[in-house]
Design a protein around this ligand. Sequence first.
Ligand SMILES: *Cc1c(COP(=O)(O)O)cnc(C)c1O
Length: 405
Amino acid sequence: MTAPVTTRSSADLIRAEEPVVAHNYHPLPVVVARAEGTWVEDVEGRRYLDMLAGYSALNFGHRHPALIEVAHRQLDRLTLTSRAFHNDRLAEFAERLAALTGLDMVLPMNTGAEAVESGIKVARKWAYEVKGVPADRATIVVAAENFHGRTTTIVSFSTDESARQGFGPFTPGFRIVPYNDLAALEAAVDETTAAVLLEPIQGEAGVVIPDEGYLAGVRELTRRKGCLFIADEIQSGLGRTGRTLAVEHEGVVPDVLLLGKALGGGIVPVSAVVARRDVLGVLRPGEHGSTFGGNPLSAAVGTAVVDLLETGEFQRRAAELGVVLRGGLSALLGKGVVGFRARGLWAGVDIDPAVGTGREISQRLLREGILVKDTHGSTIRLAPPLTITSEELEGALGALERVLT
Ligand SMILES: *Cc1c(COP(=O)(O)O)cnc(C)c1O
């Protein structure tokens, strides 16, 4: 690749972060300086296969040429208007995203957490204006072990103590039920319920896939009880599982869909609430907004992401290579792997604690030139760019086998 942009070493840059960057993350000791496709390169020129893909923000790989070209062209023309004015990219982005997802209307935001917050606000407003829930009584039912982001309201209904400890007081109005349990959900939903908010597959929890029929059951239950089904597909959506959306595996269309991560093509933060017109239509001027939401650069990149997904190529690759991934992981069962859950190019792999913690395995893989991230103690998550080749995937599985034995 090209000449280095810094003369400082990785070790020096890691040391330099310590006093000036908040310690809200515990990164692996690699300092990435450039990337292309499925590969990243550190400051010293060492190459690594990216098996995390920015928690699915890089579904199309690093710097996908079609996305980079659109971004460059847009940078040279118009980047930001604010929604005080119209811009010439937003209508197409919204039309195309709505068509891709089978819904009507788009509320453009930036980060995933903002999309979740916006979905909660829309659901509450819908509950008061359409469903007739008495003022300030709306409830939203969520699942235990969820991950929906990091704002004060969102951590209010997290069950992860490290995400909550020290951040109270919390926002009321949420009921937490076990995931994958329709009876518990049924018992929690009542006439005050605005929405059920769920991840169709729980990513941060370790790629937890509900039983067949659960999502269809949630759809049936929410329809019967007259509340909204909000699917948080910020991580599971946009090709990762072998379909455009993870809910498609059960033929489900939610009332409200939350998208983020890959929607920004790995270039800019782009998120969206996508919903039917009778739901998103409750918002009126001045009631909600974002300075950067729907900006022309984001809209251009988001439209280019929709272009890529419309080809079906990435969904197909995720489905086909998912077979390779599952096969490779099955072969490791009993050889350092005690269990795994996988769908498409996405897997949560439970490592035998006798072999090492998830962090230790991630460190050993780093030395093998593979980037992964642990989640919850002894689980590692595999989520490569959907552009990965089967040879690269086999290489990563081979490296995993080596570090486990
Ligand atoms: C990452 C994630 C979020 C939060 O997205 P941010 O862009 O980090 O705010 C919300 N929900 C799910 C399912 C996620 O994976």
